[in-house]
Design a protein around this ligand. Sequence first.
Ligand SMILES: O=P(O)(O)OC[C@H]1O[C@H](O)[C@H](O)[C@@H](O)[C@@H]1O
Length: 526
Amino acid sequence: MITWNNLDKLTSYQELAKTNKVKLAEVMSGENGAKRVKNYSIPMAAGLAYNYAAKQVDEEVLAALGKLAEEAQLTEKFEALYNGEVINTGEKRLVLHHMTRGQLGDAVEADGVDKRAFYVEQQEKIADFANKVHAGEITNAAGEKFTTVVQIGIGGSDLGPRAMYLALENWAKKNNTFKMEAKFISNVDPDDAAAVLNSIDVAHSIFVLVSKSGTTLETLTNESFVKDALKNAGLDASKHMIAVTSETSPLAKSDDYLAAFFMDDYIGGRFSSTSAVGGAVLSLAFGPEVFAQFLEGAAEEDKLAMNKDIRQNPEMLDALIGVYERNVLGYPSTAVLPYSQALSRFPAHLQQLDMESNGKSVNRFGEPIDYVTGPVIFGEPGTNGQHSFYQLLHQGTDIVPLQFVGFKNSQIGTDVVIQDSTSQQKLCANVAAQIVAFACGKEDENRNKNFEGGRPSSIIVGDQLTPQALGALLAHFENKIMFQGFVWNVNSFDQEGVQLGKVLAKRVLAHETDGALKVFSDLLNI
Ligand SMILES: O=P(O)(O)OC[C@H]1O[C@H](O)[C@H](O)[C@@H](O)[C@@H]1O
């Protein structure tokens, strides 16, 4: 029997609040620190590891977190989710994104079909389509090969696929699996679409219109923008466009596309990178095999997330430590700091994934809650961030927990030795240095140069950012956010908070405004 209780009703949460606070600077120094780094590490899929040595936890706190995981029934709730219960209570929907990459539990039938079979069928259709494009069997009207793929979408239909594309672009080039360059149009700012269109050869471009709902204003506007550009170039738009949408959306009924691929209402936009939403653009860009490897990494990580023991479940432990930091230690935000240029847009993706999922102040039954939920997420790739906002992270008045990601090897492999070290070694040296600097600090008589330390971080380390590693990394964060939603007893799978702005913008465009809205409309010349 699953019971959905608010966090502050759980005995284990009260117990957790009473545990002794770990002094990170102390536990991370000397031999003890060295031991922690070796011991506080959990293997992840694709050769990654989650290291939490520099988190503000010890055996006492970890034991309390284990009890919280048990009392909050995290494993059972995950099981209910992948076995097809209506976990998205706000929209009364199942939550099935794990099924786009594997089958964790029972077969789930919804809308009269086996859902795993449906997602696999879409993947196969995409693979077939991509192979035909690459082989020159599907071409433009002049019989010439398509060279560029442009995704049109926003939010979950943009951020994940874009971040994943950038993450694997150089890996694919190096490993000879790079098939087509990908570009992305998302913003309704006309300069976004215009700049992308100016940078490509439209006659050899295939456009992927991605909208789960098929009603998103930005995406439909950009579709018209692109169709105009194709028409102006004397091209038949329907020969250059494919659609990715849900079968119930208005787009699904249109004949304006070369092909259409489907996801469904059980895949949240921000959880859709492993569905057709990411599948179409990534399979076209890198080939279906690379996309399949990415799914494999995610599926392997999902399996680890099923483990009941928090010391063997990186996602669950990361989630619980995050709750401890937020609700007991009172830290307001979390920075995501990948020491990998390929992950330049990964923090932006996590921003939507985390903040749209857990930025809630009512529980899953719509009742107000009395504790804080999702943190503010931000981040930049290292070492760039070091020369920008790390000042506040080291010496500011807020403590910001940090999530580092680092790889032993670069993707391209071209490097240079300057002052006895390669650039890759310099990059990795910096992440190691930062973890210890944040945790241990450094005393100085001059208060301005003093580092208090005690600033917690964790790191996910791997050999190289490969498609499998990327899949595992993505699944880690998706599952972490899901577990945190369970602990906070919120529905992580709807996003009502984005609606009000959309309604008011429509009113502004229809000139149905008064008061402040009218003055702002006039100010902006609408
Ligand atoms: O894929 P679409 O239906 O076009 O939705 C695109 C995005 O817009 C919405 O407003 C939501 O905030 C996002 O969660 C969603 O991913």
